[in-house]
Design a protein around this ligand. Structure first.
Ligand SMILES: Cc1cc2nc3c(=O)[nH]c(=O)nc-3n(C[C@H](O)[C@H](O)[C@H](O)COP(=O)(O)OP(=O)(O)OC[C@H]3O[C@@H](n4cnc5c(N)ncnc54)[C@H](O)[C@@H]3O)c2cc1C
Length: 399
């Protein structure tokens, strides 16, 4: 090993979940490292160009998700466009019809996240690949990483897997389950016609002209060679990315031809996602698993609430057990790899839920470090008391 460092908490993956976890633990005064293999914070929401901050509300005028999830929604527009719908900016709250969500600029979001992490005193390890966990029995005590300095070891009392794919948990021997993603790609394009419309309207946000090609039961342009991906191995990632690039090529061949001779000049791809846009690859199998039909259900160990972004109405309590893996201690999961199955996974894999579970993972890690114990031993009631102190509701009846 070329270097060795000691922290209280090491968070792996600087997507929305990892950032929220690091902010929570960093603000509590702990020594926190946030390890990210790319050079941008924000994960799929920024490098992945997924720039819709899905709702914090239930679609019936009631906010259900609070805390860092709400703070990050506002931070996403600090250096760029995007506004909360008008009826969420005014009080009284009666008569809200829109959803509490917005579209943001990925680059602006990264700039704001960097700033927040710096203010929280988090040591950000960019361009650093988390490799192998170091275990003592079932307890994770260290993490081998690689970067320009070579290979090093980060030791910590507690770790958070916010890789999105449960990569850390799987390597640490925790029980995990596979998911499935469908073929799709979101990218940004430059379009002269769109720019002209923006010049007339002055709506700067429209400058981000996104193309969203997806096979989701319905293919908009052309049939993909393959529709389902389990992301089971490294080769699958290349295969998926190259297949989505092929579809983008087909799209522009046709779209540019329609623009005539100046086609390539008037309409062209501006930015492709720099991480694979998988939705669900692997997740932990936790002490608890959220399942279909459990919306509206009370869990005694609930640590927060999320809404169904697809339809108004359903709200889910998230049990703490969905963050706590089986088969490995000293480790928590956060974000799209928590223990949530089938349709419930659809609800918990998006940005607001990632931020919420990230914050709670950071909080539970902090409590574990302070008590000299592990996340498994932290009682849900202690987490709930800390959430209450932050004004974050965790049972439906408390809304
Ligand atoms: C095509 C698509 C469209 C979507 N649309 C929306 C939408 O409109 N709105 C919405 O809210 N959500 C949407 N989502 C889901 C949402 O973007 C993500 O699920 C959410 O951002 C997940 O955040 P996360 O922090 O859990 O994981 P991620 O954003 O995946 O972050 C994981 C981070 O971990 C890093 N990492 C992984 N392995 C390592 C390692 N070994 N070492 C170091 N770093 C590592 C990655 O580089 C990444 O930065 C969409 C997803 C996709 C794929």
């Amino acid at each position: 090993m070329q270097f060795e460092k000691q922290y209280d908490v090491v968070v792996v993956g600087a997507g929305v979940a990892g950032v929220a976890a690091a902010l929570e633990a960093g603000r509590a005064g702990l020594r926190v490292a946030l390890v990210e293999k790319m050079i941008l914070t924000g994960g799929l929401a920024t490098a992945g160009l997924v720039n819709i901050y899905l709702p914090l509300c239930d679609g019936r005028g009631r906010q259900v998700t609070f805390g860092i999830a709400e703070e990050l929604l506002h931070a996403s527009t600090r250096y760029g466009p995007g506004t909360v719908p008008e009826d969420w900016r005014r009080s009284p709250v009666d008569g809200r019809t829109s959803r509490y969500q917005l579209t943001f600029s990925p680059a602006a979001f990264t700039l704001a996240l960097d700033e927040l992490l710096e203010e929280a005193g988090v040591a950000l390890w960019l361009d650093t690949l988390a490799c192998l966990p170091l275990l003592e029995g079932e307890r994770m005590v260290g993490l081998a990483v690689e970067n320009k300095s070579g290979r090093g070891l980060l030791r910590a009392a507690c770790f958070v897997d916010a890789t999105g794919d449960a990569d850390l948990a799987r390597r640490a021997g925790a029980e995990c389950a596979p998911g499935e993603s469908f073929t799709s790609i979101w990218a940004f394009q430059a379009a002269v016609a769109q720019a002209q419309r923006v010049a007339e309207s002055g709506q700067g946000i429209e400058l981000m002209d996104a193309i969203r090609l997806a096979y989701n039961g319905e293919w908009f342009d052309t049939a993909p060679e393959r529709r389902r991906w389990d992301a089971a191995d490294g080769k699958e990632v290349s295969h998926f990315v190259l297949e989505t690039h092929r579809l983008v090529r087909e799209y522009y061949r046709r779209a540019q031809a329609e623009e005539g001779e100046a086609g390539r000049d008037r309409l062209y791809p501006l930015q492709l996602p720099s991480m694979a846009q998988f939705r669900k690859t692997w997740r932990i199998v936790g002490q608890a698993t959220l399942r279909d039909g459990q919306d509206g259900q009370r869990f005694e160990d609930s640590i927060g609430l999320v809404a169904d972004w697809r339809r108004p109405g359903p709200v889910w309590e998230i049990p703490y057990g969905t963050l706590v893996p089986r088969g490995c201690d000293g480790l928590l999961a956060a974000g799209r790899c928590i223990s949530s199955a089938d349709d419930a996974w659809e609800v918990t894999r998006v940005i607001p839920a990632a931020a919420l579970t990230g914050q709670v993972a950071g909080l539970a890690a902090t409590l574990a470090v302070r008590a000299g114990t592990t996340p498994r031993q932290v009682p849900a009631e202690v987490i709930q008391a800390a959430l209450q102190a932050r004004g974050i509701p965790y049972h439906l009846r408390d809304l």
